[in-house]
Design a protein around this ligand. Sequence first.
Ligand code: HEM
Length: 458
Amino acid sequence: MTTAETPDTRAASAGGPLRGVKDIPYYQEGLPWVGPPMAYRKDPFGFHLRAYRKHGPIYRTRFRGRVYVVLAGLEANDFVWRNTEVWSYGATNTAFGEQLGSGHVTQLDGDPHKARRKTLKPAFGMEAIARYLPVMDRVIAGELKAIPGGRANLAEVFGPILLRVNSRTTFHAQLTDSMVATLEEFEWQFLFGTNLGRWRHLYYARPSYRRLKSQTFRIFRQLLAERAALESRPMDNFTALEDANREAGNPPLSQWEKENDLYLTLVAGIHNTANLLYWCLVYCASRPDWTARLRTELAAWSTEPFPGMQMFPLLKATIQEVMRLRPGAIVLPRHAGCDFDFGGYRIPAGTPVMHANTLVHFLEEVYEQPLEFHPERYLQGRSYPPKAIGFFGGGTHICLGMNVTNIHAPVALANVLRDYDVHFEESPSFEVRLAVGGNRMRANVPVQLVRRESGGVS
Ligand code: HEM
């Protein structure tokens, strides 16, 4: 892209001559250097809110050992998502390529990314996921029932359940308990490492991680071999990808492509959805009045046939509100792939940028009383600007698995709330515990799921 084509946000520009990165106000809290990262860790949402209130939609701050230009607010969401070509995903998401192969979707840019997203559509379109609703419902009900004594760590209960759901729906496979444990642990450690910047090399070099990764890929190869030995191919989403590839006239999928498609259809994203479900149950526990109304609505829950989410407005509102209050990816690092202008500043190619994609969730000019859990805000046809929610990111790299989560989350939440009382051993904390950049809970939060007398059939 030439300088003459440099994208900009005129709305956010002061209109005068463009200034340079050094002129962008620096946001400081606490001690020099360590103050901002410490303040972010303590209160990630509040940190960027205070910075935004002080400096507006563009400021600089220190994060992960370097100074980033931060873009925040509605105009930033619009700019970042509308101008995907500005960003080099290859430079930001290098770890995905290193760990999962250089064709992995999230570290591709431009046409190769577009082409890869197109080939993945048959497995991640809404129809391709929603057709499994009754199976998902049955598997989740069965898995919840099988929890011994109903006692579980709420922070870790949904990951394995969703993996088993995927193994009955999007990628048919017979998973042993030990396979589930390995795949789940790999997903956690692998994603954790992607957030570590340059330190990831040390993290991934640990012998325990290398063993875990080789066990994981051994499982992938075993599952693919078992599949190849079947008399007829399962009619799942992995097969849909193979078929679409053949129909497009491409050569058969390589071993790497098969392993990557297997990863995406079986394992990817399970902890993100599990984390969302965790927070849904914590917030529901804080509003017994709302939960009682929700349970009344869920008495009609059925997936055979599924009457549509419009019949469950309270369930939908609960999930929407928790997505707003406890997003998994609070900020998204970006790398300027070319020069661009924003808010009256010229940002040169190569600048590390942080997109505060979820800051808008906490702006009172967009959401009244933004810190409150108030799912009622979504009822009676009330809607918010599409750029006011950054939960799944946006633009051409918007979360590939959003339809998966948008189905898994209501099905799992409906099953838990309709059939169980969730007794917390201790009052749950609302503190956001960060796994480096993202809100990913890995904690011990013991609960007992006690079967409700009035629970529905399962
Ligand atoms: C609560 C659930 C989830 C959350 C909060 C979440 C969040 C996100 C976010 C913020 C992005 C980055 C978008 C951007 O760069 O602008 C993303 C991308 C992605 N997500 Fe998710 N995700 C979730 C579930 C899933 C699931 C279930 C899958 C399973 C396939 C998945 C697979 C991906 C992939 C492959 C990408 C990269 C897409 C691309 O770069 O084209 N995610 N997700």
